[in-house]
Design a protein around this ligand. Structure first.
Ligand SMILES: Cc1cc2nc3c(=O)[nH]c(=O)nc-3n(C[C@H](O)[C@H](O)[C@H](O)COP(=O)(O)OP(=O)(O)OC[C@H]3O[C@@H](n4cnc5c(N)ncnc54)[C@H](O)[C@@H]3O)c2cc1C
Length: 164
């Protein structure tokens, strides 16, 4: 990481994750090694990770830990305004399905739950204030399509390979 970013291992997580992916692709490996042997009091500071490593026969105090990036948030989604309205009348979206504009390409830690709370409350308020509009079911008249779930794996792999 020293060659990639002035903050080296402490670079923003998207930069670290992309570099790990690049290294894994170049070396055709399923993981890279994390050297945490210099971390003092690993077992007290990271008890859950320590327990999981030990369960798999890896002692982080002396062994390298095999790691690979994982997705824990999808940036993007259905574009909505600041009250959760999508472009389809009567369709509100919040949470990870929504693109509220509250995050950049690299969401800050713990902002997703806050976003869910704030936008859910705004949506509830908006619906309560506009109840009359929702008395009739909305029919768009557009045909709907559902994607076959078998393509999920292929899409995941393409998205990981193409992450830039
Ligand atoms: C490992 C991990 C760690 C995270 N850590 C943090 C953190 O520290 N702080 C933070 O802010 N965010 C964190 N996040 C992100 C955060 O958890 C999510 O962004 C947030 O939970 C999204 O909320 P949501 O309500 O949009 O979706 P979800 O919480 O995913 O809820 C969607 C719900 O819909 C249900 N569902 C799916 N399909 C159907 C269906 N067809 N019919 C009916 N129900 C269905 C699911 O079972 C689920 O209960 C983390 C995510 C992961 C994976």
């Amino acid at each position: 990481m020293k060659r990639i970013h002035p903050l080296a291992d402490l670079a923003p997580r998207d930069i670290v994750a992309k570099e790990i992916s690049r290294q894994m692709l170049n070396s055709e490996s399923k993981y890279v090694w994390l050297d945490a042997t210099n971390v003092k009091d690993f077992e007290e500071r990271f008890p859950t990770i320590f327990a999981s490593c030990m369960k798999y026969g890896i002692d982080p105090r002396k062994d390298y830990i095999p790691v690979s990036p994982a997705s824990h948030y999808a940036s993007g989604g259905v574009r909505v305004d600041l009250n959760g309205h999508s472009t389809v009348k009567g369709l509100y979206v919040c949470g990870e399905s929504a693109c509220t504009g509250a995050h950049g390409a690299n969401r800050l830690a713990s902002n997703s739950l806050l976003e869910g709370l704030v936008f859910a409350a705004r949506i509830a308020e908006d619906i309560a204030n506009n109840l009359a509009e929702f008395s009739e079911p909305y029919e768009s008249g557009e045909p709907t399509i559902l994607l076959d779930p078998v393509i999920r794996n292929a899409i995941q792999q393409a998205m990981s390979r193409g992450a830039e």
